[in-house]
Design a protein around this ligand. Sequence first.
Ligand code: SF4
Length: 369
Amino acid sequence: MRNDIGGINFEPITTLREPTELIAHGLASVEDLAGLEKVAARYAVAVTPDVAALIDPDDPFDPIARQYIPSAEELVARPNERPDPIGDDAHSPVSGIVHRYPDRVLFKLVHVCAVYCRFCFRREMVGPGKATALSQGAYDNALAYIRAHPEIWEVILTGGDPLMLSPRRLAKIMADLAGIDHVRIIRIHTRVPVAQAARINAEMVAALKVEGATTWVAVHANHVRELTGKARAACAAMVDAGIPLVSQSVLLRGVNDDIDALEALMRGFVECRIKPYYLHHGDLAPGTSHLRTTLEQGQEIMRRLRGRVSGLCQPDYVVDIPGGHGKASAGPSYLSVENSFSPEREPPRETRYRVVDYCGDVHLYPPES
Ligand code: SF4
């Protein structure tokens, strides 16, 4: 008999997990084998057929490969990088729960994903060799914690990828959570629509809907090519069932850190009825510096995005403050004080601001008469 919350479905036969398999499929070069073996011994590797099919093996700078194919650069950890970059552990009252903000918790159910992203901020916690899911006892404790904290309005299922659970198991978890009166929102963070779209079948969509709480799904994608026909159909199935979708992406060097790529991604989300939500600055996860931009580069690209697309296509560019202090908006500011209110002047002078428009031109507000 299993002693964990279980119900995880893998497709181990077709997912590439070994460097030798990546080489055999033309996704890595044999000269890199020794380095790749070292990376794979430290961090999980998984490339699903959906993702493998997207990679152009002839393009050494392919933005899809960069997200999923390991690189020896991952063995170089910078001094400011850390195993728990966003400080989950500092806010974990019981196993599986992160209670950082008053009205919501993260509920980390599983530690497996369909694919393993090379920039993952939980790369030290997910993948083979770690526990695949919470034990039944830990799950019960986590539910008891949520039940005992009436301020928890939203539960965010994350991990790992919660859609690696079987629909039957997921439906039970959704019902458990929705059965707690004060839990009104259940949000699910997932890469499955991109990485293994076939999992979003009628059973899975039905499992996502539950009486007593509203489900939101946050879809993780970083390049518009990940929004394939299959991925779009999976998202459409959820939206058509009445489940609202939001996006989350990571700003990644060589993947989406140019304005054309980011614009195409955000337009792609909106076309899929996914509201752009978060663009994360790369976290300080070990061995990921080759994929990070600077905050200045992030602000500049956000400034340019503002000039190109409507508010519907604008994500919030955020940085997670190391140590567990939560997210902060890191986007550019469009407003600064030109001069402050001064009651001593005759007549009193009201505060005037400098406002930057979408073209980058500066205006005074209110205008000088
Ligand atoms: S799917 Fe999410 S949790 Fe899993 S490896 Fe990618 S970023 Fe990490």
